[in-house]
Design a protein around this ligand. Structure first.
Ligand SMILES: NC(=O)c1ccc[n+]([C@@H]2O[C@H](COP(=O)([O-])OP(=O)(O)OC[C@H]3O[C@@H](n4cnc5c(N)ncnc54)[C@H](OP(=O)(O)O)[C@@H]3O)[C@@H](O)[C@H]2O)c1
Length: 243
């Protein structure tokens, strides 16, 4: 398939974001990947097969920083002259299950800043450029935690409920304009995010999680539905994972 559409993916060096970069590149999109660790981001692009690698470029940056966000969006426009799709996948989770009363404010700020403020800043910077695209879309990688808060994961859930509020606000604000704003809300996905846990899941538990590549395929599928269709959210859960 060949397309001239340009996609910007945050969190593009690992997990769902990395798989999404590869999936769009495999479909012939021009892709810009963003993440903080420049070396890991470059390595992630370098490990793609040759024809895919040519479709992907990297712009290191932190979604919490307005200047980095402006550089990622501006750099994409400078390189490709357009932006059609924004995928917000940059995100972090809690290091351990903690009741709210036991949580610390540094952890609260880290998670809210990256997951919620980062998504807000990216959307705010990208949307004026997306408005120029004939077929624009935003996909926010939410979580099932955006729909159900549970004991021990309140800080993460608060960030994802917030992302859901952003998504639903943008859906309403861009209704009728042709810009499709959606979310994909997965249950547990086998990525690096779990390695930051004080008690990471073992291999057996990981094997029951969703594969990042499957979420990436769903994101691409969503983008490739006819422009006349808007799918607000796709919630995806693994069939064998037990809490
Ligand atoms: N894995 C799951 O079970 C699961 C389930 C539901 C939803 N999600 C959501 O899916 C998204 C992706 O998660 P994942 O599992 O793919 O995580 P991951 O494997 O840990 O990857 C996270 C990516 O985000 C980047 N990132 C983190 N903080 C950033 C920042 N401040 N600025 C720019 N990039 C940043 C990381 O690179 P750097 O560290 O180099 O910046 C990395 O590329 C997150 O929003 C997460 O909440 C994950």
């Amino acid at each position: 398939m060949s397309t001239d559409r340009v996609v910007l993916v945050t969190g593009g060096s690992l997990g769902i974001g990395q798989a999404t970069v590869a999936a769009f590149a495999a479909r012939g999109y021009r892709v810009v990947a963003m993440a903080r660790d420049a070396e890991r981001l470059a390595a992630s692009v370098a490990q793609l097969d040759h024809p895919l690698r040519a479709c992907v470029s990297a712009i290191p940056g932190d979604v919490r920083e307005e200047v980095d966000v402006a550089a990622a969006v501006g750099g994409t426009i400078e390189r490709h002259g357009r932006l059609d799709v924004l995928v917000n996948s940059a995100g972090v989770s809690m290091r351990a299950s903690r009741r709210l009363v036991q949580s610390d404010v540094a952890e609260w700020r880290r998670i809210i800043d990256i997951n919620l403020t980062g998504t807000y800043l990216m959307c705010r910077a990208a949307l004026p450029h997306l408005e120029a695209s004939p077929d624009a879309a935003v996909v926010n990688i939410q979580s099932t935690a955006a729909y159900a808060a549970k004991a021990g994961v309140g800080v993460y859930a608060a960030s994802k409920f917030g992302v859901r509020a952003l998504t639903e606000t943008l859906i309403d604000e861009y209704r009728g304009t042709g810009i499709r704003v959606s979310s994909v809300s997965p249950g547990p996905v086998d990525t690096n995010i779990w390695s930051h846990k004080i008690e990471p899941p073992d291999a057996v538990r990981r094997s029951t999680m969703i594969r990042a590549a499957d979420i990436a395929d769903i994101v691409v599928w969503l983008i490739e539905r006819p422009a006349s269709l808007h799918i607000p959210d796709i919630t995806v859960t693994p069939t064998r994972f037990a809490r």
